[in-house]
Ligand binder design. Structure first.
Ligand code: UDX
Length: 440
């Protein structure tokens, strides 16, 4: 099948590459000439494990190409995916300027039947608006479909190639058949393609992300209670997660959720609700809890250092909002850094992938280390903000010889409290007892 993908950001590039991988001919369109040049020359523009290999193979075999011309991109395509940004506007609602702008432009170019697919996360009713935008300039036959993505950064290729489910909001038989054929290779293992109306599909995406964010904020509140009541959140997590109705996943407390999706989508759903005069109370609380959780370690740090952080030197492990990505959007680490610096402390950070991005934002406000151990040189304490695997079983001896104090504030509960106390560390984490090792 011939496909166009408009927008070569994170979602567009993964979508285009994965559709090419199953034999389709994909043209990706972007207004950014330098990006199109880089991609055409085989230079991948985002960090996503496993993507580069697929990207290079499909580029080489001619199934994947890039252009700045919308007209060239969509000329032969049967299906056109819109993978454009929907940033939060001033009121928190998703800004549809890019999606609707491109839809209008497509309307000017259409000469025969095509299916336009909303891949971006868009508020309920957007499919109708896209339809209107196209119809401004075109009165022939076309369909608009809502097909939200559920890709997680870091495992997006796997999520795309082997989705738990594919949600397709569609009201025409013709478009339904085309979409079904396109996705057939991805659901061979029997996972469902769930067809529904466009509005339900649009809401499904927001509901899924908001539910997951709620799960996390709920556990973060349970963790707060654990700290106050002397319970261990890891035990509570295992205790409740074994119930199938609750499930084991997404129950890990920490220093809040971040990234490009959860914060934006929860806010957008609250905003959509208020536009139809509904006060989505649970989600307001979810946002509130998450804001507070980002700075959860700070009172602990202040207390430990007698409310005086001036001149203290902190090592920080982890900058990305989660492991296996270089994405620092809404990353809790950045909030921690802000606060620590405000109080006169200095920070030396290490992250396996995100340093380059942080340098662009923070420049020399903090120092950057070449590896996790260098970051610890003369540190008064280590703060952990992201659960990269390489932080999980570090060489504690190497740590101890570098650190000024054996003190760790862990926002991701990486270590066993008993074991770390035995190594002589003072260790504070989230929702578990503080332990202080004997050889402090
Ligand atoms: C999410 C959705 O999972 C995905 O389906 C959607 O398409 C985009 O948004 P992503 O933002 O890549 O994906 O990250 P995800 O792995 O879901 O984690 C989101 C945040 O929740 C991270 O900040 C993570 O640290 C946090 N998290 C996750 C927790 O704090 N605890 C958990 O148990 C799980």
């Amino acid at each position: 099948m011939k496909i166009a993908v408009v927008g070569t950001g994170y979602v567009g590039l993964v979508t285009g590459t994965c559709f090419a991988e199953t034999g389709n001919e994909v043209i990706c369109v972007d207004i950014d000439q330098s990006k199109v040049d880089r991609l055409s020359n085989g230079e991948i523009t985002i960090y996503e494990p496993g993507l580069e290999k697929l990207f290079l193979r499909n580029l080489k075999e001619g199934r994947l190409s890039f252009t700045t011309s919308l007209a060239d991109g969509i000329k032969d395509a049967v299906i056109i995916f819109l993978a454009l940004p929907t940033p939060p506007g001033a009121d928190g609602a998703a800004d549809l300027r890019y999606v609707l702008g491109v839809a209008e432009d497509i309307g000017k170019l259409l000469t025969d039947y095509k299916v336009l697919v909303d891949k971006s996360t868009v508020p309920v009713g957007t499919a109708d608006k896209v339809r209107e935008a196209v119809a401004k300039n075109y009165n022939g036959e076309f369909d608009v479909v809502s097909n939200p993505e559920f890709l997680r950064e870091g495992v997006a290729v796997d999520d795309f190639m082997k989705p738990d489910r594919v949600v397709i909001g569609v009201s025409s038989e013709r478009a339904r058949k085309l979409m079904g054929d396109l996705y057939a290779p991805f659901v061979r293992s029997g996972n469902p393609v769930i067809y529904m109306d466009e509005r339900s599909a649009e809401l499904t995406k927001y509901a899924a992300n908001s539910f997951l964010a709620t799960k996390i904020s709920f556990m973060n509140e349970i963790a707060q209670l654990c700290e106050r009541l002397g319970a261990d959140v890891d035990m509570v997590r295992l205790g409740i997660g074994s119930d199938d109705r609750i499930g084991k996943r997404f129950l890990f407390p920490g220093i809040g959720y971040g990234g490009s999706c959860f914060p934006k989508d929860v806010q957008a759903l609250v905003q959509s609700a208020s536009q139809v005069e509904y006060d989505f109370r649970i989600l307001n609380a979810v946002m509130d809890v998450n804001e507070k959780q980002k700075t959860h370690l700070l009172p602990k740090i202040r207390r430990y250092f007698g409310n005086d952080l001036k001149g203290k030197k902190f090592a920080l492990w982890g900058l990305a909002f989660k492991p296996n990505t270089d994405d620092i959007r809404e990353a809790p680490a950045l909030y921690m850094i802000d606060e620590l610096i405000k109080e006169g402390a200095s920070v030396t950070a290490f992250d396996p992938e995100a340093i380059r991005n942080v340098k662009q934002v923070l420049g020399d406000k903090i120092s950057y280390a070449e590896n996790q151990y260098d970051a610890l040189q003369d540190a008064d304490a280590l703060v952990i903000a992201t659960e990269w695997n390489e932080f999980r079983t570090p060489d504690f001896l190497k740590m101890v010889v570098r650190m000024r104090n054996k003190v760790i504030f862990d926002g991701r509960n990486l270590f066993d409290t008993k074991a770390i106390a035995e190594l002589g560390f003072h260790y504070e984490s989230v929702g578990r007892n503080t332990v202080t090792g004997s050889s402090k």
